[in-house]
Design a protein around this ligand. Structure first.
Ligand SMILES: Cc1cc2nc3c(=O)[nH]c(=O)nc-3n(C[C@H](O)[C@H](O)[C@H](O)COP(=O)(O)OP(=O)(O)OC[C@H]3O[C@@H](n4cnc5c(N)ncnc54)[C@H](O)[C@@H]3O)c2cc1C
Length: 264
């Protein structure tokens, strides 16, 4: 039976959280000079009940998070439609409403001690107890049924979503896994099933996601477009060639997940 992809909208929600735990999952670069890292943040409720009603059933379900300065400053947000704070989008890794926590895995770019970005620097350095404001998910994209084969392609920012999809698809899935990353997949608990052909591509700072696009374009067309599930997320430049490829393969873009996760 062909798979289906259903989109469910959720009502707006805003929740007050604090940084409860930080775990460095993986580092890239050398021992002498760590250049990038992947950090798991456990955000816990600032007050009991903040996470009441939170759900995120889809593989790529994501929230937006506003944080203060990397030294743990306050977060100033206005109403749900506008904000003085800058929000960053992160995939939901895991959560427990009963225990009052949510885990997010954040790609931190930049050298150790001089991390770049708003949430990147906060993820690396903010003191435990620092406040955060989380909105969403605005909705969920839920995959049902079992596709005969998959194409999963992502850069560092998409590794948490790829991991969730792999777990949902199960150990007997076949197809292609294309990842543009320098991280050790095992350290990020990404365990590709034996039936996937895995390509690990080297990120190029001057052409992020270009290697992913080349690798996607080199894949064979599906024998049955209704049976190939397609997920490709990375730098914004992945979107136009990704759309062209879906059209060439006869896959409806509404039955695929194709997104720019960040912009150069
Ligand atoms: C649906 C969705 C889900 C996402 N899920 C995750 C997730 O689970 N984990 C995650 O880490 N990110 C995820 N992202 C990307 C995330 O939203 C941010 O882009 C990222 O966390 C960078 O934010 P920042 O504040 O650290 O850097 P910014 O302040 O946004 O950027 C600082 C500088 O770093 C550059 N930069 C930003 N991202 C990257 C990158 N990936 N590689 C190289 N340079 C970069 C920017 O161009 C800029 O020059 C997701 C995005 C979307 C849309």
């Amino acid at each position: 039976m062909p798979y289906s992809l259903a989109r469910h909208p959720f009502p707006p929600a805003e929740r007050r959280l604090v940084l409860g735990e930080r775990t460095v999952l993986a580092q890239a670069g050398s021992d002498a000079a760590v250049t990038d890292s992947y950090v798991r943040l456990r955000l816990v409720e600032a007050a009991p009940g903040e996470l009441a009603g939170f759900v995120a059933p889809g593989g790529g379900d994501h929230v937006t998070v506003a944080v203060g300065s990397a030294d743990g400053g306050d977060v100033v947000v206005d109403d749900v439609d506008s904000s003085r704070a800058e929000f960053r989008t992160e995939t939901v890794v895991d959560h427990s409403v009963d225990e009052g926590w949510i885990d997010l895995d954040v790609f931190v770019h930049g050298e150790s001690g001089a991390e770049l970005g708003v949430i990147g620097a906060w993820a690396a350095r903010a003191p435990l107890g620092s406040p955060a404001v989380m909105r969403g998910p605005k909705g969920s994209v839920v995959l049902s049924g079992a596709p005969r084969e998959v194409v999963l392609a992502g850069d560092d920012s998409a590794l948490p979503a790829v991991r969730r999809y792999l777990r949902m698809l199960g150990p007997s899935i076949t197809g292609y896994l294309l990842l543009e990353t320098r991280f050790d997949l095992a350290a990020l608990s990404i365990e590709p099933p034996a039936g996937l052909s895995v390509s690990i591509l080297t990120p190029d700072v001057d052409g992020p996601s270009a290697a992913l696009v080349d690798a996607l374009q080199a894949l064979p067309a599906p024998t049955d477009p209704l049976e190939r599930f397609f997920f490709a997320c990375g730098e914004q430049s992945i979107v136009a060639p990704g759309r062209a490829l879906l059209a060439e393969w006869g896959i409806d873009v509404e039955r695929a997940v194709l997104k720019g996760y960040w912009k150069r």
